[in-house]
Design a protein. Structure first.
Length: 384
């Protein structure tokens, strides 16, 4: 048992800043209050205690090809099966993949991340490799798998369904690349099979303007509209929404993930986060491909804070931004799979303690702090 004392706690779903102490026993928060002091006392003297980060979209297998293919187009970099990343993954040895993924997970741990949602290539074997790589690391991977049988203009749907069911025995969900690579029938099989088993179905949508235009020309629907109609539980990017896209997402209560640094690196645009927040959407945030970005959520938050303000000429609320990396996940059904905790009594102890530099705790984290300013990261696998 230990007590974190004299900190500014960002408490509950809304990250309300309170001057209280946290008592932790056997990996759980058992009490929060002003004068509590039980067990070992950890005096953090005005530091900011924040829920640990979740990186809500990452391709960790890309760790083997950091910075390769820089300045290529989106399709040249990531479109299966012949994108730079896919050729590299096909040629990589298992030990090389495991080692590089483990290094990226340690990078996340050191920068305050305790959970990440990965788009895992390589079918069942790919899932097993990530599980092996994460065995001794204090982080929780949420693994969304895929299979080569998904792709093509005329896939064998019986094979697709069989592949999905087999993958769901070992993975937390299914995540094909995008609607440019799969048919509507495949999309429906994936979302329906995931719903039956209470797991996550996810897909990239609206990442580039060209993808949106192609979808409108071929189907008279945007990729985002197709994602909503197929009932995917997680939509990633939404960088270039059109028409009524965002209202459709809001009405469907879809879980959405933005990846600002990746979008900038691939030169595909800046998602309209300010507009999303005004509509009442509650996005998540992720670092995306490790080949183009470090998986450090502090870097993601700072970039997002500033690019949104300059691009849309309107300041972003730093509390709402921090929620994207911490507590927004708790609003969605997929949290039953992710199991991310708030700083509340009886929840798992999953929080980061940051050195304090300013009077605004949200800007302190999003704008000031670096990995070296983390005093402690606490989660179920780590004790002080």
């Amino acid at each position: 048992m230990f007590t974190i004392s004299n900190g500014i706690i960002l408490k509950g779903q809304n990250l309300l800043p309170v001057h209280e102490n946290i008592v932790v026993d056997d990996g759980k928060i058992i009490n929060i209050g002003k004068d509590l002091k039980e067990g070992k006392i950890i005096d953090v003297d005005g530091a900011v205690v924040c829920p640990s980060f979740i990186n809500s979209h990452i391709h960790i297998g890309d760790s083997i090809i950091k910075d390769e293919g820089y300045a290529l187009s989106l399709s040249e970099m990531v479109k299966p099966p012949n994108g730079v990343k896919h050729r590299a993954l096909a040629d990589a040895e298992n030990d090389e993949l495991i080692e590089s993924m483990a290094q990226s997970m340690w990078d996340m741990v050191y920068s305050g991340t305790t959970h990440f949602i990965d788009y895992r290539e390589g079918g069942i074997e790919g899932v097993k490799l990530l599980k092996k790589a994460s065995e001794d690391i204090p982080i929780k991977p949420i693994i969304l798998a895929r299979d080569d049988s998904f792709y093509g203009d005329d896939p064998d749907l019986s094979k697709v369904k069989n592949a999905v069911r087999k993958l769901l025995k070992v993975a937390d969900g299914i995540a094909p690349s995008g609607f440019g690579e799969i048919t509507d029938d495949v999309a429906m099989i994936i979302s329906q099979e995931c719903q039956k088993q209470g797991k996550i179905s996810s897909i990239h949508v609206g990442e580039s303007e060209n993808n949106q235009i192609d979808s409108l020309n071929k189907f008279n629907m945007t990729e985002i509209e197709k994602g909503v109609n197929a009932d995917f539980s997680q939509l990633v990017h939404l960088t270039n929404p059109k028409n009524n896209d965002l209202n459709l997402v809001l009405k469907a209560n879809s879980n959405i993930v933005l990846c600002p640094r990746a979008n900038a690196s691939l030169n595909v645009g800046v998602a309209p986060l300010n507009k999303m927040l005004k509509l009442g959407l509650k996005p998540l945030i992720g670092s995306d491909n490790v080949m183009i970005n470090s998986p450090n959520m502090l870097r993601e938050l700072e970039f997002c804070l500033k690019i949104m303000s300059v691009y849309y000429n309107e300041y972003l609320n730093p509390c709402e931004l921090l929620k994207m990396a911490t507590t927004n996940i708790c609003d969605f059904k997929i949290n039953s799979v992710v199991q991310k905790s708030l700083i509340e009594e009886q929840n798992f102890a999953e929080f980061i303690i940051f050195k304090s530099f300013s009077k605004n705790p949200y800007l302190n984290i999003c704008n000031r702090c670096e990995t070296k300013n983390i005093l402690y990261t606490i989660n179920k696998k780590v004790s002080i």
